[in-house]
Design a protein around this ligand. Structure first.
Ligand SMILES: C[S@@+](CC[C@H](N)C(=O)[O-])C[C@H]1O[C@@H](n2cnc3c(N)ncnc32)[C@H](O)[C@@H]1O
Length: 196
């Protein structure tokens, strides 16, 4: 994994975070209740938004991201623990979590279908599964442009697939999609699901 990506991530995201993302994250993360699993917590940008959770178990495989996230844990209202593991093999028992949060992470997970299966396994029945993701656009020219850019994008952005159709992958899993909110002409989606 690139060493430079974690060091510039927060700075590169700042314009988007300040304008729109902060509100989207807050709305999404506020819905997470009880014991929460956060998948690919990165630099911990969601940590300050947990208001209704009792405990957060965050997973993040990149040690440099985790190091930055530790600073964001200072002063949070609820206990947060970060595990340096991957979403495809979660170190938690079946039916553990009341809610799961995944933001801007399914674009990067090498085996997203396996990760979705693991999320379902460790979530309780009817647990809330909350995503905020960028996806491949359903428009011929723009979607094709995303396809063309993806190989270079993957190399420069730590494995991120610009053209991944995460909503379709979620629909193919056993999760029930309750609500989809679209942002920036549909390139970003907030997706609320239940583990039914
Ligand atoms: C674009 S960053 C998003 C970070 C954060 N969730 C956010 O909203 O800003 C993608 C994150 O996914 C993590 N990641 C990559 N592969 C992963 C995997 N197999 N399982 C879990 N997280 C992974 C990366 O280390 C990185 O922190």
């Amino acid at each position: 994994m690139g060493k430079w990506f974690p060091s510039i991530y927060d700075m590169a995201m700042r314009p988007l975070e300040k304008t729109k993302f902060k509100k989207i994250r807050k709305t999404l993360v506020n819905q997470a209740t009880g014991r929460v699993l956060e998948v690919g917590s990165g630099t911990g940008v969601n940590f300050p938004h947990y208001q209704n959770a009792t405990q957060v178990d965050a997973i993040e495989p990149n040690p440099l991201m985790k190091e930055r996230a530790l600073k964001r844990m200072v002063g949070t209202r609820i206990p947060i623990q970060i595990y340096q593991v991957k979403a495809e093999k979660l170190p938690f028992a079946d039916n553990t979590f009341d809610s799961v949060v995944a933001t801007l992470v399914f674009c990067t997970i090498p085996e997203p279908t396996k990760a979705l299966q693991e999320i379902q396994r460790v979530s309780k029945p009817n647990a809330k599964i909350l995503f905020f993701e960028h996806v491949r656009l359903d428009q011929a020219i723009l979607g094709k442009t995303q396809d063309i850019l993806t190989p270079l994008w993957k190399k420069t952005c730590d494995g991120c697939h610009l053209n991944r159709d995460t909503l379709e992958l979620i629909k193919q899993s056993n999760l029930s999609v309750l609500k989809v909110d679209t942002y920036f002409n549909g390139i970003f989606l907030s997706i609320k699901c239940l583990n039914e």
